[in-house]
Design a protein around this ligand. Sequence first.
Ligand code: VGL
Ligand code: ZN
Length: 224
Amino acid sequence: MDFENLMIEKDISLFHDDALIIVDMQNDFIPGGSLPVEGGDEIVEGINSIAEIFTKSYASIVLTQDWHPKEHLSFASNHPGMRPGDEYQTEAIGPVLWSDHCVQNTNGSEFHEDLKKEYAHAIIRKGYHPEIDSYSGFIEYDKKSETGLAGYLKSLNVKRIFICGLALDYCCFATAMDGVDFGFKVYFIVDLTKGIDIPSGNISNALESMVNKGIIFVMKKSFE
Ligand code: VGL
Ligand code: ZN
């Protein structure tokens, strides 16, 4: 599945019960960081302008933040002999190990300096259990430990969520898929996200899974 094959909804009007979820726009996922996503820096400005549009509609805005202790078991460095990108699968960690990233209270876990954090109403942190990995903003990789995001959005009566940020095929993808399972109508802003594509073909598989899940694709200009 390619971006060119996606059906894009062209005209979106926002309401106060919509929410923008800005996923993991943190230094380590930006070129120059420890787990860089190619082009990650190119979407910051667009995310700022979408956040402004959501703000004008009195919609909710949430940032997610990958927030690992340094002994986190998703880091290859915590498994002697293993390297970033190696396959590794348990009930709570996988499908691969990563370079150390988004360690709590380091510059790498901070949001990109140009991201307009002042638009955010809430910041949801994830990945702070050392033995459980986290991709989705809703629930950790063990599929049991919730972050509180679903409850937060439901208490605000949010019906539709719009997802952007990093990385397309990991945290954005997982957040979108779980968003459907938690009962939200999910929109994916395709030109305000960038993917890792490890293993190769991962972006294409993620797009196909989202199409099959009924997720709606939009672009920045769909809101203008
Ligand atoms: C992410 C890998 C590991 C992401 C987080 O934000 O997509 N990817 N931790
Ligand atoms: Zn992580």
